[in-house]
Design a binder for this molecule. Structure first.
Ligand code: S3P
Length: 168
């Protein structure tokens, strides 16, 4: 299918890197969160609040299946929790080459400490939650990835170069 797929924790830069990469590689970009919000005509926070996380996770899998029918030669950035399902990791593998934007918990916390759009981080102690989720998820991200890109301390230019030189 020849897609370039970006995975990683919330705040690791997938959406921004996807947009910049789209411009550089001259390929269209899509973001699973944005597409699901568009289809559902409501925000991720509303989906979580009204129908719960499990509903959202099913929407992610359904959306990946839809991509497999029609997405080729695109940049696809996916929600931070999407690669946790084994079924989704298989679908990602079929869709293309997977890049894991790997960031340390401290980097993520600095970027997201004022964020209100991620329902999973709205509890009393987001810093601990970020650390806990990253340690639970890292192995799944690595299992899904063809290439791991460490993003800490790097600017977009460096990250984009690293991805570009590894794109097949
Ligand atoms: C989530 C990440 C979010 C969004 C939802 C759940 C997660 O996407 O899908 O809030 O479980 O990590 P981003 O990674 O684009 O923030």
């Amino acid at each position: 299918m020849g897609n370039v797929i970006l995975i990683g924790f919330m705040g690791s830069g997938k959406t921004t890197v996807g947009l910049k990469l789209s411009y550089r590689l001259r390929k269209p970009v899509i973001d699973t969160d944005k597409e699901i919000e568009r289809e559902e005509k409501r925000s991720i926070s509303d989906i979580f609040a009204t129908d719960g996380e499990a509903y959202f996770r099913d929407r992610e899998t359904a959306y990946l299946r839809k991509l497999l029918e029609n997405a080729g030669n695109q940049i696809i950035s996916v929600g931070g929790g999407l690669p946790l399902r084994e079924e989704n990791r298989e679908l990602l593998r079929e869709l293309g080459q997977v890049f894991y934007l790997n960031a340390r918990a401290e980097t993520i916390y600095e970027r997201l400490k004022h964020d209100t759009t991620r329902p999973l981080l709205q509890g009393p102690d987001p810093q601990t939650k970020i650390r806990q989720l990253i340690s639970e998820r890292d192995a799944f991200y690595k299992a899904a990835a063809d290439v791991v890109v460490n993003v800490d301390g790097k600017d977009f230019e460096q990250i984009l170069c690293e991805i570009e030189k590894n794109v097949k």
